[in-house]
Ligand binder design. Structure first.
Ligand SMILES: Cc1cc2nc3c(=O)[nH]c(=O)nc-3n(C[C@H](O)[C@H](O)[C@H](O)COP(=O)(O)O)c2cc1C
Length: 211
C-alpha cells in the first residue's frame, strides 16, 4: 500500500460547486496525515465563489472559504490550519508547485472548469494551475480533475479523453444520492471524502455501502 499523500496541491477554477472545495479544504485541514497544502484559485473561481459562498475579494481567502464550519477552532488548532494551507498566486509561474523538483504528492482541481480542463489537456501551461497540473502529469503524480459542466460538447468530451489519456483521473463533480444526504453540506462533505479516499486518504465518518 503506497504512503498517503502528505503534500497536496489543491486548485479551484471558475466552475460551479465552490461548496465542494470548501469541504475538501475542511477535510484536509483536519487530517493530520496531510502536512502541506498549496492552494491556487483562478480569477474566475473568485467570481463564482462570490456568488456561491459570499466570498468578498482575496483578503483572508482561505479563512473565508473554510467559513463558519472552521471558525469554531481555537488556539493551536486554528494556527496549525492557517499554516498548513498556503495560498499561491495563479500568476506566479515561479511558485514552488511550478517545478517537478518540489515534492508535491498529488493535485486536485475542484471544481474544474472546462476551460481549465482544455488548457490542462492540451499542455497550455501559462498560469500556475495549468503548470502545476502539467508538472503532475509529467512526473506521473496523481492529478484529479473534478470537472463540472453540463451538457458536454464534443470539445469537452475530447479534452476529458485527452486528460485521462495523459494520466489524469476524471472525477466529475457528480455526487451520489443513495446514502441520502440530508443537506448540501453533507453531500459536499461525502464527495470530498470520496476524492480523498481515492488518493489514499480515507476519511473518518465517510459513508460505506454495506450491500
Ligand atoms: C456563476 C458562474 C458559474 C459558472 N459555472 C461554470 C461551470 O459549471 N463549468 C464551467 O466550465 N464554467 C463555468 N463558468 C464559466 C467559467 O468561469 C469561465 O469559462 C472561466 O473563463 C473559466 O476560467 P478558469 O478555468 O480560468 O477558472 C461559470 C461562470 C460563472 C460566472
Amino acid at each position: 500500500m503506497p504512503k498517503p499523500p502528505q503534500n497536496l496541491t489543491i486548485a479551484t477554477t471558475g466552475a460551479s460547486g465552490a461548496i465542494f472545495l470548501r469541504h475538501l479544504l475542511l477535510a484536509v485541514n483536519a487530517d493530520d496525515r496531510v502536512e502541506a497544502v498549496n492552494f491556487i484559485a483562478s480569477d474566475s473561481a473568485l467570481r463564482v465563489m462570490a456568488e456561491e459562498l459570499d466570498i468578498k475579494g482575496r483578503s483572508n481567502l482561505i479563512s473565508q472559504i473554510l467559513g463558519p464550519l472552521d471558525s469554531a477552532k481555537k488556539g493551536s488548532a486554528a494556527k496549525r490550519s492557517a499554516a498548513k494551507i498556503q495560498l499561491q498566486s495563479n500568476d506566479d509561474i515561479g511558485a514552488n508547485v511550478a517545478s517537478g523538483s518540489y515534492p508535491a504528492d498529488a493535485m486536485i482541481v475542484i471544481p474544474c472548469s472546462v476551460g481549465s480542463l482544455a488548457r490542462i489537456a492540451n499542455g497550455v501551461a501559462s498560469h500556475l494551475i495549468e503548470r502545476a497540473a502539467d508538472v503532475a502529469l509529467k512526473e506521473k503524480r496523481p492529478l484529479v480533475l473534478c470537472v463540472r459542466e453540463t451538457p458536454l460538447n464534443k470539445i469537452h468530451i475530447r479534452n476529458l479523453y485527452r486528460a485521462a489519456d495523459a494520466g489524469a483521473t476524471i472525477f466529475p463533480l457528480i455526487p451520489a444520492f443513495y446514502y441520502r444526504p440530508a443537506s448540501l453540506d453533507e453531500m459536499a462533505r461525502e464527495f470530498a471524502c470520496r476524492v480523498l479516499g481515492h488518493l489514499g486518504l480515507p476519511q473518518p465518518g465517510s459513508f460505506r455501502w454495506k450491500g
